[in-house]
Design a protein around this ligand. Structure first.
Ligand code: HEM
Length: 222
């Protein structure tokens, strides 16, 4: 079996597991986000739990949609043989990103870690909007190679929450730093990671070109 095809399937499986994990944790196991909200002891703005939770559900739902639609569009087969689907799915991705950004904008002032974390989240919002709209402008100008590169940069932001929690775990549980400080450190380290990882992938060549269509092999791509 083609190695890149196997890699695509493996990545798809990992992404599916992650989406299922996010849905299970936030909609079924801890729908009131009690584990997360218990750390919000020192925030400046008074949080209205019901509104925050509703916004968080919308945020998580569209975040999962952004991850799924974004990943599917990296498949060269989808792009080559189902152009219309690629375009429609691309708009699903961009709309989902916009909703995640808007909901993030609401939640940022209440972020764990206070003002310094709020600034970090707002920075992420601005960067994600910039990267995603640049990817869109590139394809409007028919610059496929540049479009793919900017989409890789944009898609990396889909792993923000995963990185924040992994790094918070490392700082808090493994190094022993207080949870709130660990969360803020996790957030800022995540900003660096989601900016750096795509650059490494792009320089490695053919990043996320995981499912090559036979005709695609004869063409130069990213
Ligand atoms: C696309 C993948 C993402 C997923 C699956 C996701 C998921 C979540 C979840 C489950 C929460 C609730 C708190 C928690 O348990 O962590 C949350 C909070 C939040 N997310 Fe996201 N998120 C994603 C991307 C983003 C991005 C890219 C941003 C910023 C541009 C963002 C901004 C926020 C903010 C500001 C909060 C509130 C944090 C706090 O209260 O401390 N999220 N997200």
């Amino acid at each position: 079996m083609d190695r890149r095809y196997s890699f695509y399937k493996l990545t798809a499986f990992a992404i599916l597991l992650y989406i299922l994990y996010v849905i299970a944790t936030h909609f079924i196991l801890d729908p009131g986000a009690e584990a997360f909200l218990q750390h919000k002891v020192d925030i400046e703005h008074e949080l209205k739990p019901q509104i925050w939770l509703t916004v968080m559900y919308i945020h998580v739902g569209f975040a999962c949609l952004a991850i799924a639609s974004g990943f599917i569009n990296f498949s060269a087969r989808t792009y080559e043989t189902h152009r219309r689907f690629h375009r429609v799915n691309g708009y699903v991705y961009v709309s989902s990103v916009l909703i995640v950004i808007l909901t993030s904008g609401y939640m940022a002032p209440y972020a764990t870690g206070g003002k310094i974390s709020s600034i970090g989240f707002n920075l992420l919002n601005i960067l994600w909007l910039f990267l995603t709209s640049t990817a869109l402008v590139q394809i409007f100008q028919k610059r496929v190679l540049q479009h793919r590169r900017w989409m890789i940069r944009s898609f990396a932001f889909c792993f923000t929450n995963l990185f924040i929690h992994l790094l918070t775990f490392v700082f808090h549980q493994m190094i022993g730093i207080a949870y709130v400080t660990s969360y803020t450190l996790g957030l800022y380290s995540t900003i660096l990671l989601v900016l750096l990882i795509p650059e490494v992938l792009i320089r490695m060549g053919k990043p996320l070109q995981t499912y090559p269509h036979p005709r695609e092999k004869q063409r130069p791509h990213v």
